[in-house]
Design a protein around this ligand. Structure first.
Ligand SMILES: O=C(O)c1cc(=O)[nH]c(=O)n1[C@@H]1O[C@H](COP(=O)(O)O)[C@@H](O)[C@H]1O
Length: 244
């Protein structure tokens, strides 16, 4: 059984700041003040509040995962990765479906940014595998890919590892197979986290925080179970209690 201190447990949570403007995100930050969670900025907030908001999170000492899920031709991803690196974020992601050359280009973009500026931290680049909203049925019947979701996730995870990335985003349900296939040091960042009894919403492959921890997940991304709760701080406290 995994034993963590309250602080260690909080450090494993990435709160998804899925808000439409900076003011709403600031409200959440205020309510979680002093709890050392990672903050994840995704496309909704980034497209509204921009790089300035990300920079201000870093100035205040937050660890930041910038979730823009880049998926484009290698040259464009290289440029995007360079711009993101200059924001000083700790983690950002690309889609593994872009292939090895595209993922290598992301790393080249990071190197180019680091070579051109001093004092920048090297961000971890991770790859999205199969979105946690995708069910087995959607994968096979709608998208038309054969095999299990786990097969698809593992294929993407191996591509990401071969490209030299630090890890993947996947469901906690796949963590053990990813670690077995790609090594224990290959990081797993897992959305699809739902405390027992919480609304599943549009997620498909879910686990509770405790189950995810026992499965070996490195970081769990949690959005609506916290942000849509009447008292987000209370929601985090109750997740932490479950993780201890
Ligand atoms: O890359 C991600 O963060 C991500 C990948 C994935 O496969 N599934 C997934 O839900 N996410 C993100 O994780 C967060 C999950 O939020 P909740 O479903 O509200 O907990 C959202 O910000 C999603 O954009």
């Amino acid at each position: 059984m995994v034993k963590l201190s309250r602080e260690e447990a909080a450090e494993r949570i990435m709160v998804a700041l899925d808000y439409s403007d900076a003011a709403a995100a600031e409200g959440l930050l205020r309510s979680l003040e002093g709890i050392p969670c990672y903050m994840k900025v995704g496309m909704q907030l980034f497209y509204a509040a921009g790089p300035g908001f990300v920079a201000s999170l870093k100035e205040r000492g937050y660890r930041v995962f910038l979730d823009l899920k880049m998926h484009d031709i290698p040259n464009t991803v290289k440029g995007g990765a360079s711009s993101i690196t200059k924001l000083g974020v700790d983690v950002f992601n690309v889609h593994a479906a872009g292939g090895i050359q595209m993922m290598e280009a992301a790393l080249e973009g990071v190197d180019a940014a680091l070579a051109g500026a001093s004092g920048l931290k090297r961000p971890s680049v991770i790859a999205v595998t199969q979105l946690t909203s995708t069910s087995q049925d959607v994968l096979n019947r709608e998208i038309g890919l054969q095999g299990t979701v786990e097969d698809a996730v593992l294929r993407y995870a191996r591509l990401a590892r071969n490209a030299g990335l630090s890890g993947v985003v996947a469901s906690p349900q796949e963590v053990q197979s990813i670690k077995a296939a790609c090594g224990q040091d290959f990081q797993t960042i897992t959305p699809g986290i739902r405390p027992a009894g919480a609304d599943v919403n549009d997620q498909s492959r879910i686990m509770t925080p405790r189950q995810a921890l026992e499965a070996g997940t490195d970081y769990m991304v949690i959005g609506r179970p916290i942000t849509a709760a009447p008292d987000p701080r209370e929601a985090v406290e109750s997740i932490l209690k479950e993780m201890l």
